[in-house]
Ligand binder design. Structure first.
Ligand code: ATP
Length: 261
C-alpha cells in the first residue's frame, strides 16, 4: 500500500560509512521531502559526496539504510530508482563524443528504456530541459568540447529531462558564471515550490541563505545541523566549519558575511 506521507521521499536512517579504519559518515539521518530545497554544507572532506553516493545506492553503508518512497533503496530496481531520483555529478567525462542533445536525451533512458529511439514526447522534454538551462544553442555541439560551466548546465538539463521528483546535485553552481548561478538557484527554488525535493551540496553559505529553505550541515562525518538556513548558517557555524572568522551583517531579508579584521 502506498503511504501518501512517504511518497517521493528519500530517507537516510542512521547511515554509517567506514573506509578501512577511517569513519567517513556516522549516524547520519534526515529526510528529503517534496517542497524541500536543501543546501548541504560542509568543509572539504566532510563526507558530502560520499553521502550523495550512498543516497543513490552507489556505495553501501556498513550500517543504516536509505529508504525511497518508504521502501529500502535496494528493493527498487535501478530503473525504478532512476525514475524517481536524478543526480547531477560534479563532473562527467563520457567515453564517446556524444552531442549535447544526446547527453540530455540519456535522461530519458529510464523512461523510454534501452534500445528504443526517443519518442516525439521524449524530444519535447529534452528540448524543454535544454531551454530551461539555456543550452539550446549548444544542442549539436560535442559535449567534451564545451567549457566547464557549459558542461555543468548540460548535466543539469539531463537531470531535468529525467523528470524525477527528487534531484540530488553535487556542487551545481561551481564553475557557473554569476548570472547562471542565480538563474539555476532560482530554478531549483521554483522546482521545490512545485513539489520537487532538491538536495544540493555547496561551498557557499550565501547559497543556503538566498535560495534554500533548509540547510543541512555535515561536520567530520556527522550531521551537525538540520534547520532553516537563517537558524543554521551563522558566523559561528562558519568559524566552526571553515576555521575563518567572519562578521555577520544583517540586511533583512539578506545576511552577508565579511572577513573580520
Ligand atoms: N575512495 C576513497 N578512498 C579513500 N578515501 C576516500 C575515498 N572516497 C572518499 N574518501 C575520503 O572520505 C572523506 C569524505 O570525502 P567526500 O568526497 O565525501 O567529501 P566532500 O565533503 O564531498 O568533500 P569536497 O567538499 O572536498 O568535495 C575524505 O576525507 C576523502 O578523502
Amino acid at each position: 500500500m502506498s503511504d501518501a506521507t512517504t511518497d517521493t521521499t528519500l530517507r537516510a536512517q542512521g547511515l554509517h560509512y567506514q573506509l578501512g579504519a577511517r569513519t567517513i559518515l556516522e549516524e547520519v539521518s534526515f529526510d528529503v521531502r517534496p517542497g524541500d530545497c536543501i543546501a548541504l554544507l560542509g568543509a572539504n572532506g566532510a563526507g558530502k559526496s560520499t553521502l550523495l553516493k550512498i543516497l543513490l545506492g552507489l556505495l553501501q553503508p556498513q550500517a543504516g539504510q536509505v529508504r525511497l518512497n518508504g521502501r529500502d533503496l535496494h528493493e527498487h530496481s535501478r530503473q525504478q530508482v532512476a525514475r524517481q531520483l536524478a543526480y547531477v555529478p560534479q563532473s562527467h567525462t563520457p567515453s564517446f563524443p556524444f552531442s549535447v542533445e544526446q547527453i540530455v536525451a540519456q535522461g530519458r533512458l529510464p523512461i523510454s528504456g534501452l534500445g528504443r529511439a526517443p519518442s516525439r514526447e521524449d524530444w519535447q522534454v529534452v528540448n524543454q530541459a535544454l531551454a530551461d538551462m539555456q543550452v539550446e544553442h549548444l544542442a549539436g555541439r560535442v559535449y567534451t568540447e564545451l567549457s566547464g560551466g557549459e558542461r555543468q548546465r548540460v548535466l543539469i538539463a539531463r537531470a531535468l529531462a529525467q523528470q524525477t521528483r527528487l534531484i540530488l546535485l553535487d556542487e551545481p553552481i561551481t564553475g557557473l558564471d554569476y548570472g547562471h548561478q542565480l538563474r539555476l538557484l532560482k530554478h531549483l527554488q521554483h522546482l521545490a515550490a512545485q513539489g520537487y525535493g532538491i538536495l544540493a551540496t555547496t561551498h557557499r553559505p550565501e547559497h543556503a541563505l538566498e535560495s534554500a529553505n533548509r540547510a543541512l550541515v555535515l561536520h567530520q562525518g556527522r550531521l551537525l545541523a538540520d534547520g532553516t538556513p537563517h537558524e543554521v548558517v551563522t558566523a559561528e557555524l562558519i568559524a566552526r566549519l571553515y576555521q575563518v572568522e567572519v562578521r555577520q551583517i544583517e540586511c533583512s531579508p539578506y545576511r552577508f558575511f565579511v572577513p573580520s579584521e
